[in-house]
Each structure stands twice: as structure tokens, then as C-alpha cells.
Design a protein around this ligand. Structure first.
Ligand SMILES: [Fe+2]
Length: 201
């Protein structure tokens, strides 16, 4: 898909915003409203991405980073095992792999008994949306049998394009703009993204 078509498709993409950051009374107890907010699906999702945690391969250009966290229930504390986490993102040049059998920069993985997931991948680049660059981002689709499906995006703290992006600049996206941290003294980078799902009613 070329960029012009992407822009047209993007304008038609549905998105919704959930409440975030409130504390409210549910069943006579007060709970934080930690639910992860939605973002646009975008036009580049492909089903049938391979099950893998390591999206890198020898010779691949880019800065390697581990994206990890937990998938939790709406009570903000209960881990959700066997939640399916799908991610996809562009390469360092801002291009998505939309047709190759290699499914570059695309993967899915189920959370373990502690609700944990992790992927080893590279930091994505940026691409034009009209005359503006979208900030670097990783798309997420998360499904779990008792939860509502989440479609969202992760952004990176300090990205200069967040402010002008129609989606990343929303108040609801703030909890998804995350720092890239040094994980150890070897220089390995990590982003921790805990995901809170809303229970099916
Ligand atoms: Fe994207």
C-alpha cells in the first residue's frame, strides 16, 4: 500500500477512546481505572503473523529493544494468562512489510501463567501521514477469552513528533508514551508496557 492510499484508509479507520485515570466505586470497593486506552488499528495489520518472541535476525538494521510487560485484568492487579498479544511495526525507514512471507516486524505470543509477555525487536522509524510524520510506534492487538479485545499503540517518550500527531497527542494516549530504559550494564534496552483489559460484560 502506498502512502497516499494509507492516508485515505487512515481517515476511514475507526477508533475509540476509553476513560483513563479515574478512581471509582465498583461493587462497594474503590478501584483505579487502569484500563489501557484504544488507538487506531491503521491499515497495515496482517493476520496470521508468526508465533515468536524474537523478531530480529542477523544483519537487520536498527536498535534492538525488548518490549515486555504484563497483561492484567480490569481490577488492575490480576494477571491474565494465555492472552494473545500481537504486535506490528515499520522498519527503520518507515516501511511496513505488507506482503512478504517473512512477516517482518510482526509477531504474536501468548502470555504465561503470570500474565507476562515479551518481544525482542528493533525500534521502528517514522513515516509520513499527509505532511506530518507519525511518531515512532508499535501497534498492539490483545485478545483474551474473558476480556474485550484491545487495539492500541505504544509510543516512545521524547519523540518530537508526538505533539503534532492527532492520536499520540490525545490525553488518553499519555499512559502509552513510555521511556526506553537501560535494562542492564550491557546496554540492552527495554520498554515496559503493562496492558489492562476490560472484562466482557
Ligand atoms: Fe503504524
Amino acid at each position: 500500500m502506498d502512502r497516499k492510499k494509507f492516508i485515505n484508509t487512515l481517515s476511514l479507520a475507526a477508533f475509540s477512546i476509553a476513560a483513563c485515570g479515574n478512581v471509582r466505586e465498583i461493587d462497594n470497593t474503590f478501584r483505579g481505572d487502569c484500563e489501557t486506552t484504544n488507538d487506531i488499528l491503521g491499515p497495515f495489520y496482517r493476520p496470521e503473523a508468526p508465533e515468536r518472541q524474537d523478531l530480529t535476525k542477523e544483519g537487520l538494521q536498527g536498535t534492538v529493544v525488548e518490549i515486555k510487560g504484563k497483561v492484567l485484568g480490569k481490577d488492575c492487579t490480576t494477571p491474565l494468562p494465555s492472552a494473545l498479544v500481537e504486535i506490528w511495526h515499520c522498519n527503520t525507514e518507515g516501511e511496513y512489510d505488507n506482503d512478504s512471507k517473512a512477516f517482518m516486524h510482526r509477531a504474536k505470543w501468548k502470555t504465561n501463567q503470570q500474565g507476562e509477555y515479551s518481544f525482542k525487536t528493533i525500534l521502528p522509524g517514522k513515516y509520513l501521514n499527509g505532511r506530518l510524520y507519525r511518531p515512532a510506534h508499535i501497534h498492539f492487538r490483545v485478545s483474551e477469552k474473558n476480556s474485550l479485545e484491545l487495539i492500541s499503540q505504544l509510543y516512545f517518550k521524547g519523540d518530537p513528533h508526538i505533539e503534532e500527531d492527532p492520536w499520540a497527542s490525545k490525553k488518553e494516549a499519555q499512559a502509552r508514551i513510555l521511556p526506553i530504559s537501560l535494562e542492564d550494564t550491557k546496554g540492552n534496552l527495554v520498554v515496559n508496557f503493562d496492558i489492562y483489559l476490560k472484562r466482557k460484560s
